[in-house]
Design a protein around this ligand. Sequence first.
Ligand code: NI
Length: 151
Amino acid sequence: MALREIVKIGDDILRKKCRPVTVFDEKLHTLLDDMTETMEQAQGAGLAAPQVGMLRRVCVVNVRDKHGVIELVNPEVISVEGVQTGNEGCLSLPGEWHEVDRPAKVTVKAQDRNGEEFTITGEGLLARALCHETDHLDGVLFIDKAKLNND
Ligand code: NI
């Protein structure tokens, strides 16, 4: 495994739409391993492939709950319920924290590193992280949805 450099705000790659993964090979596994290592080292709750310069629909999440590290390939939010408001940050925008509304509960369909489909349902921080990371794959950043204080 190896640490990868985290792309910061201002880099166009964070605004691009990622391509689906069709090949579940060693290269994908290395990317996932490296992303997890990079996320853990940076003490983040999630990391998406464009944040390490890869335009692939891949992300990892770890909100320190029973799930541990969750690897998501081609994730898709398939249902949302309720709303929660809370502070959110991003490893690509160091030091920036803003309030963002997110669904209180979310179900995501994805594939694992071997292409097996699964669904995961999360509430609270997990729901927030799943939405945040999935957004990254479409070039959407949390500041786009944040309630910025302009007064
Ligand atoms: Ni982020």
